[in-house]
Write a protein of this length. Structure first.
Length: 431
């Protein structure tokens, strides 16, 4: 579908690059744009002259949709619809994002999060319709559509139901994370803005094994697939085993951040970010080819989001070094040093310095503990030895006349479990 993008800013110059990317991600072909620097027009968002220009461009290009990189109120949407040629749809930034999310939601969790966001977006509009229609004693006042007094309660009930179902899914995912840690895995999460190259980097770091077949896999994680230069390839999480020598590490990718999201939309996708909040280490991926000001703004927003609930260390990964020269890279590292101390420059696409990144991951993850267990020789002892071979780095096993001595390194949780297992063997033997 053909679309014209429109954007108003209070001051400065309107940047339409991101909204154009979003439009293309939503399946639109951008044929023209209209921008304006001025205060918001309460009735039309843009000034009347700009709206006339917008209508003329819609007629000339045959555009079927006008996409605003602003949040439109219901009255503004209605008024704009009257000014534009018949059949031209008016879509604002957040309606577009919800539409993209809806197209990409493949798992039950992602679908629920999209539905929750849509309901939260609709609720204040339903309240506005009912309030104004009652005040004017005219259903459908100002062309806002018919209203039902019970609609607000229906929306709130649906929101409550979805939140309950998402809470159950989150509990299941928490149990899965706990099981992974108990199995000796460290959890690393990829975070960052869309198009920073997270999925390409993940494919470079991960082994071929897909850990969870039931999770919503990124299409570009298949070894034969090309990475897509597209926003929101998926809304689900993808977890894969990392290619690491000393550790068992699981790497999780989630939906990318995007600028200027309202709180209600971020809150709707909170459960997706739990994979980041609960990780042992977060890799914050940024596109180092972007202007310094853009990178700085994204780092600030990312830190605000991550530090809200995240306790794990954060390592900034400057991705796409293959498209900047050394001088530009050094200048940007210096300019961003306060926000990104000791970052790791890499290229996920070309594989540049990926081994350095693995070394950094290994050094930042929690230290493993060294332990020596002496266990009585019982019928169940060999199953404990086998379990330790699966969950730890076993350094030595010595079999004596009546006991087994095993020396190993493991995550603290695994060491604690191994002590409990050894204690149970001693209790059984003495009984």
């Amino acid at each position: 579908m053909k679309a014209i993008i429109a954007k108003r800013v209070d001051s400065g110059t309107a940047d339409t690059e991101e909204i154009a990317d979003l439009a293309r991600a939503g399946g639109y072909t951008v044929v023209d744009e209209v921008t304006q620097t001025r205060e918001e027009d309460s009735a039309l968002e843009l000034g009347e002259g700009k709206v006339e220009e917008l209508a003329a461009k819609a007629r000339r290009t045959g555009a079927e949709t006008v996409i605003f990189d602003n949040r439109l109120g219901p009255y503004q949407t209605f008024n704009l619809g009257k000014k534009l040629p018949g059949g031209v749809e008016v879509v604002d930034r957040f309606t577009l994002i919800l539409d993209i999310f809806g197209q990409r939601a493949q798992t039950r969790k992602a679908q629920l999060q999209v539905e929750l966001a849509e309901l939260r977006y609709e609720l204040p509009r339903a309240e506005a319709k009912a309030s104004l229609a009652k005040r004017e004693e005219r259903p459908g006042f100002m062309g806002l559509g018919e209203y039902d007094e019970s609609r607000e309660q229906d929306l709130k009930a649906q929101i409550s139901r979805i939140k309950d179902e998402l809470a159950k899914i989150e509990q299941t995912e928490k149990h899965r994370r706990d099981q992974r840690r108990e199995s000796g895995f460290d959890l690393v999460a990829l975070a960052g803005y869309t198009n920073a190259g997270k999925s390409t980097l993940m494919r470079r770091l991960a082994e071929d094994l897909d850990v969870d077949e039931n999770e919503d896999l990124h299409p570009d994680l298949d070894e034969t697939a090309e990475s897509e230069d597209q926003l929101f390839t998926t809304l689900g999480t993808t977890t894969r085993r990392m290619d690491m020598k000393r550790r068992d590490v699981l790497l999780t990718d989630t939906v990318g951040f995007i600028s200027d999201l309202p709180h209600w939309l971020v809150e709707s996708f909170k459960s997706t970010l739990d994979e980041v909040y609960q990780a042992d280490l977060v890799l914050l991926v940024v596109d180092v080819s972007e202007p310094v000001a853009d990178i700085r703004e994204k780092l600030v927003t990312s830190h605000d989001t991550l530090y809200e609930r995240n306790q794990a260390p954060i390592v900034t990964v400057l991705n796409k070094v293959d498209i900047v020269d050394d001088e530009e890279l050094d200048e940007k590292r210096e300019a961003l040093s306060a926000l990104a101390p000791n970052p790791i420059p890499v290229s996920g696409k070309e594989g540049i310095d990926i081994d350095r990144l693995r070394e950094r991951i290994d050094s930042e993850l929690p230290d493993w503990e060294h332990e020596t267990l002496v266990m009585p020789m019982t019928d169940d002892t060999m199953s404990v030895v086998s379990w330790l071979h699966d969950h730890a780095r076993v350094q030595d096993v010595t079999y004596g006349d009546g006991d087994v001595v095993i020396e190993f390194e493991a995550r603290p949780a695994v060491v604690e479990q191994s002590r409990a297992k050894a204690s149970d063997l001693s209790v059984v033997e003495s009984a």
